[in-house]
Design a protein around this ligand. Structure first.
Ligand code: ATP
Length: 506
């Protein structure tokens, strides 16, 4: 008999490198172009990774569009007319301050070097000095005083983390947008950008969607798609990538009601993360201290990764900034006629540019949070007295709704009609679930392999199955086995993996 296992919630004490190694070995995430030594901050999803990521995206998509009668989706192109990015402010302002070290030839974000120094002061028991440094950095950046930022690096005696050298270049602003040649025929044509966010594809389609889908305010437009940022410092695995995927929803509201909707979506988005299995104590809100000039309010939802609390989602009250900018630059009205009656005047609210509340979550960061949370190591004690043994088990405790494979079917032996029976079960369930058949190695090894990729159920076809059409179903988390008729499998697995279980918590 197995005794209850001791489980350590491993994101606290497991190093990111264990998770990175696990993700590679079990087909979740690979470095891009690895055979050529990789491309920095670009990653590929493997056979299990793509299933997990697709499940997360589908959950988000359905939670937005299926669960809300007033949210519809679009799929806009990655390339957009270049003026889009002038209107949005990205051409002028989507910059990070960078600095190069002349000895190591390495490039750094100047603000990050200073923030790390501030964190050092804090760790060394001088939080006031750290806070003063952060405040000074904030002032210099607001004033765009790049010479001042360099001076601060020199005054603080900040050296290259690799070489210890203090031979720094000047600080320069670096635009994070990737650009490419826009026209095959006109070499003077302006470059087109690879979008740095998906939101603008929603804004420029505001009226197309409102009219074609006959939407009434308040309503939302959701989109999942790739975004590209030429991040200077790309670290922490898929946390900061140069090519990544965003899941964004812009919610258009009547001016004056944005505060209410902001609170509403802030709470709804947190519930989503909890419903897919991120524990409440590892999630927190972090209000932005400094707001963008157009923003009325902004908050990040942070998750406690092995490297600390970091943003996974932003919720922003963006006023009418984006639509007004597009209206001005395109000279096309971006207005909505609201024929609801204003109780104050008894007349329709009439024409206005709607306000926007945005929810923006990175699919890759959600993936990373999910896998960090799921990664479990436990010690299992088996047997009694002298015969007692302990062993280590690693498994992914994924919510069954997002697990890449829902069930694995094992014929106990590769003879006596068991493989055929396993195939029969596979065929009867394959329209409903993603399954695998595993017939190699001892059963224990097969369980281990499925634990490592987070498969919630393992179905064993044994001698008794051939007599009475029952199988054992082993639960990944409890390791308990239950015998049930084959005819009960669809309902049993279906209940556990259904999206409904997540949606009911929203
Ligand atoms: P950060 O401060 O970490 O750079 P951000 O505030 O610039 O993030 P937003 O512009 O608000 O991020 O983008 C919304 C979401 O997109 C983020 O919450 C994050 O999940 C995701 N995201 C942004 N940049 C990246 C990136 N380089 N790699 C992976 N995901 C990203």
């Amino acid at each position: 008999m197995s005794k209850p296992a001791t489980t350590s919630p491993s994101a606290e004490n497991t190093q990111l490198k264990d998770i990175v190694a696990h993700a590679k070995e079990y087909g979740f995430v690979f470095q891009s172009s690895e055979i050529y030594d990789g491309l920095a901050a670009v990653y590929d999803y493997g056979p299990n990774g793509v299933e997990l990521k697709n499940n997360l995206k589908r959950l988000w998509w359905e939670a937005m569009t299926q669960l809300h009668g007033n949210v519809v989706g679009i799929d806009a192109a990655i390339f957009m007319e270049p003026r889009t990015w002038e209107a949005s402010g990205h051409v002028a302002g989507f910059n990070d301050p960078l600095i190069d070290n002349l000895d190591s030839k390495k490039r750094y974000r100047a603000d990050v070097l200073i923030e790390e120094k501030a964190a050092e002061y804090e760790k060394a028991g001088d939080p006031a000095r750290g806070a003063a440094l952060t405040a000074e950095l904030g002032r210099l950046l607001t004033e765009n005083d790049l010479a001042g930022v360099k001076q601060l690096i020199l005054d603080e005696k900040i050296t290259d983390p690799l070489s210890g050298s203090s031979k720094w270049t000047d600080v320069r602003q670096f635009n994070l947008m990737f650009s490419t040649q826009g026209s095959a025929v006109d070499s003077d044509a302006p470059p087109v950008y690879l979008r740095p966010e998906t939101a603008q594809g929603i804004f420029v389609n505001f009226l197309n969607v409102q009219k074609s889908a006959r939407m009434k305010i308040p309503f939302g437009i959701a989109q999942i798609g790739k975004a590209f940022r030429n991040e200077i410092v790309a670290r922490q695995f898929i946390f900061r990538m140069r090519e990544f995927e965003q899941m964004e929803m812009q919610f258009f509201v009547r001016p004056g009601t944005e505060g209410e909707w902001y609170d509403n979506w802030k709470a709804a988005r947190r519930r989503f993360h909890e419903a897919i299995g991120l524990p409440a104590e590892k999630l927190r809100f972090h209000d932005h201290d400094k707001l963008a000039h157009y923003a009325k309010a902004a908050v990040d939802i942070e998750f406690e990764f092995p490297f600390g609390f970091k943003e996974i989602e932003g919720i922003h009250s963006r006023s009418d900034f984006d639509l007004t900018q597009h209206q001005n630059l395109s000279r096309k009205k971006q207005q909505y006629f609201d024929n609801d009656l204003d109780p104050a005047t008894g007349k329709p609210y009439g024409n206005y540019v709607p306000y926007v509340v945005e929810t923006s979550v990175g699919a890759d960061r959600l993936f990373l949070a999910t896998i960090c949370q799921a990664f479990q190591e436990e010690t299992i004690t088996e047997g009694e007295g002298e015969a007692q043994t302990t062993k280590q088990r690693t498994f992914l405790k994924l919510h069954p709704a997002v697990a890449p494979i829902k069930a694995a079917i094992f014929p106990l032996v590769r003879k006596d009609g068991m493989p055929e029976k396993a195939q029969e079960i596979f065929d009867s369930l394959r329209f409903d679930f993603r399954l695998v058949i595993e017939d190699k190695d001892a059963i224990g090894k097969r369980y281990t392999r499925q634990d490592l990729i987070g498969t919630p159920f393992c179905i064993v076809v044994d001698g008794q199955t051939l007599e009475d059409d029952t199988v054992t179903v082993r639960d990944r988390d409890t390791r308990e086995q239950t015998r049930m008729p084959i005819s009960a499998l669809r309902a049993y697995i279906g209940e556990a993996v259904s999206f409904r279980r997540v949606f009911e918590k929203l």
